[in-house]
Write a protein that binds this ligand. Structure first.
Ligand SMILES: [Zn+2]
Length: 151
């Protein structure tokens, strides 16, 4: 990660992978050293008072309020436009395996059961729907209940 302005970070997808791999290994090591072996059913949620910027596919900089990979989610609570009551559940559900509801890269879209136009739903996993984001679909609940974190 490269440092942006004071108390902020800017990342690429490669940075995100490296960061979460290192963070995951550090967490497992800390748990093991404390005599509390890592449990695969744990979803790690980290809050920081830093800001975070990411670069979009179009090359624009925008706030990244939450990032998630493989059961670890991090929330950047100092970002200017963060909505914790919507974005914390969004990131936790990413951590448990739910994808966005809209079209993204071919690789990401493989994991999706349905694809909707971005901003057209009231679903927690949509973007640009902040005024109405408050629901999950039945298949999403099923996937959450079947995830290793709900056992
Ligand atoms: Zn998301």
């Amino acid at each position: 990660m490269t440092e942006g302005s004071t108390h902020s970070v800017k990342f690429t997808e490669r940075d995100k992978d490296d960061f979460f791999n290192n963070l995951g290994q550090l967490y497992i090591l800390k748990r093991t050293n404390a005599g509390q072996p890592y449990d695969r059913r744990q979803l790690l949620l980290i809050f920081t008072n830093m800001k975070c910027m990411k670069t979009t596919q179009e090359g624009k900089n925008q706030y990244g309020n939450g990032i998630t990979k493989s059961g670890i989610s991090m929330m950047f609570m100092a970002n200017n436009d963060i909505r914790p009551h919507q974005e914390i559940p969004h990131e936790i559900m990413h951590g448990a395996g739910l994808p966005h509801s809209f079209k993204e890269t071919t690789e990401k879209d493989k994991a999706k059961t349905h694809i909707f136009k971005q901003g057209s739903t009231d679903n927690y996993m949509d973007y640009n729907n902040e005024a109405k984001r408050k629901h999950l679909w039945h298949w999403q609940w099923d996937k959450l209940y079947k995830s290793r974190y709900a056992k």
